[in-house]
Design a protein around this ligand. Structure first.
Ligand code: ZN
Length: 115
């Protein structure tokens, strides 16, 4: 898997501006297939490990390449998974720690102009 230059740049900006660089700095962020879209409406998937850069990645479905706003919302969604994992939440769960992060981002304007 090869990181998408533009997505990766966004990840770094979001990490600095909204997460104070507390998420892994150099994870792979890329466009790629991987879900049966007929069954589940999924815009991306996040793989988080406690090893940080070595094992974590964020994959956004390729259909969103032309829908940058949705791609960026999905990226922030995924980054909340990383943050929730480091806060102890169960992997790929939309539990209260993930919910708290999404609300925090909304409150500080992270979704302005993209939703
Ligand atoms: Zn999710």
């Amino acid at each position: 898997m090869k990181s998408d230059h533009y997505l990766n740049k966004k990840y770094k900006i979001y990490n600095r501006v909204y997460f104070r660089n507390r998420l892994p700095r150099n994870i792979c962020v890329f466009y790629g297939e991987g879900y049966c879209l007929e069954k589940v409406h999924v815009h991306g998937i996040t793989r988080c490990t406690m090893k940080g850069c070595c094992g974590s990645w964020i994959r956004i479905i390729p259909e969103l390449k032309e829908m940058k706003c949705v791609a960026f919302m999905s990226l922030l969604h995924a980054m909340c998974h990383l943050k929730a994992l480091y806060a102890g939440e169960v992997y790929l769960n939309h539990g209260w720690k993930w919910q708290r992060e999404m609300k925090r981002l909304a409150n500080i304007g992270a979704f302005n102009n993209i939703w």
